[in-house]
Design a protein around this ligand. Sequence first.
Ligand code: MEZ
Length: 538
Amino acid sequence: MSLPYTQEMLDSVKKVEATREERMKTEPRRMTAEEKDDVLQKFHPDFKMEGFEQLQMGPNKGEKAPVELAALLQGKSRLSGKEVSLKDPDYDADVLIIGGGGAGCSAAIEAHQAGAKVMIVTKLRLGDANTMMAEGGIQAADKENDSPAQHYLDAMGGGHFANVPYLLQKLVTEGPEAVNWLDHLGVMFDKDEDGRMITTHGGGTSRKRMHAAKDYSGADIMRTLRDEVQNRGIQIVDFTSAVELIKDTEGKAAGAVLMNMETHEVQVARAKTVIIATGGAGRIHYQGFPTSNHYGATADGLVLAYRAGARLLYQDTLQYHPTGVAFPAQIFGALVTEKVRSMGAMFVNEKGDAYMHPLETRDVAAASVIRECKERGNGVHTPLGDGIWLDSPMIDLIHGKGMLEKRLPGMLRMFGKYDIDMREVPILIYPTLHYQNGGIRISADGMSDIENLYVAGEAVGGIHGRNRLMGNSLLDIIVFGRNAGQQAAAKSKNVKVADLTLDFVKEFEREEAAAGIESSLLSPLLLPDYRPENMKTI
Ligand code: MEZ
């Protein structure tokens, strides 16, 4: 086994080792509110003006959006110039769920439980989603020293007080029940010898409330939900994407136009209610960042809803996970779970200085990593760019030998494949595009601005304000996924679908023409395009 670090990296590792004993005696101090604001404004990509533009049309006209998202929101419908017959739908459902990740499956289980005829359409396989990629855990305030109120305050502070209060309240108050539900469905949470959940801190948490299944929490949650959906016999139409919503002549959501991903055959699904659970947008690679996201994370739900007239909220805020892999190349941009720093690994620069507290919130931590590399020149140089060390050998020194292997087997294996034993040497990180803080605006019942169109999971905007805390997204897919399934199933009992129409797409095209937009970019994007001619800086 030969460590693939360059000589320059090895020289820096020596400095990290030389300061370790002393560093472990005192925690780095926390930044003040002013220091946080300063680093965010100067170094966080959300504040980089050239990354954004004003939307020229649609419900959020005049507001700021990332340039890549604006292009998709104002893009060309895949049905443009095509006639789709809506007369004899291929599918009929009470609840049509677009997306087969954690939120979609949670919604499907609850809607099915309520007796609705449910159909899931997913562009890849059931469970191919960002849920699967989540590692470190799910938050819930279920310990004696904790409370939903405490959880609310932490998330509100982390979100810069922009979280929509009634959504956040729902998230935290229903958190314990959500974890209990998963536990009963069979998620293999880490427990102590008395059967009590083991919980840890995350960045910005005042209590240990992160429940984990080692460092593949999302994968285990997805496995469990997928099994439950399949065991219930819920209808799944896979390798098929939704390319436009369908409304009825009363303006209510009434289904979707579907496209087979292989044959491109177009089909029509009519539904009394529709739930968008399409997940995030990392594969759009905002500002050229690499991503920790699943292959299908291309903001499709936002495009579908926007074109049909639903407002977005906080579409201009993204989450860059501070600890993406910066070396080696084979796993560049992959997620290094926040659990690594929550178990004590410090951020250490090229000189061996722990220049930041390990548990700053993600936006502050990411901006500080960028500043350390770009402004202060304290990054570790590699052939791929600069990075900062995450001093992983500290974990066994703090918790005892064997703990890293026990709690972070996925990380150990991922780096081990490239001959990096993270128990022995620090690992190199740099921010990676991780989460879409903004999304489609919903009310407390999960409904968007369009009647009978519900939204759940990462496609929702507002729950997390302008920066999400670790583990609150695995929680929101369960809380808001279940909620959307229950609400949509109940609503569908009283829905009579009028005639189907796609007139709103034509109207959108007219609005585009009036705004002088001539786009040839087909949207929703559906899958990223990695052909060399389409690669920017990624
Ligand atoms: O909530 C997340 O994004 C998460 C659990 C990620 C991680 O660092 O493991």
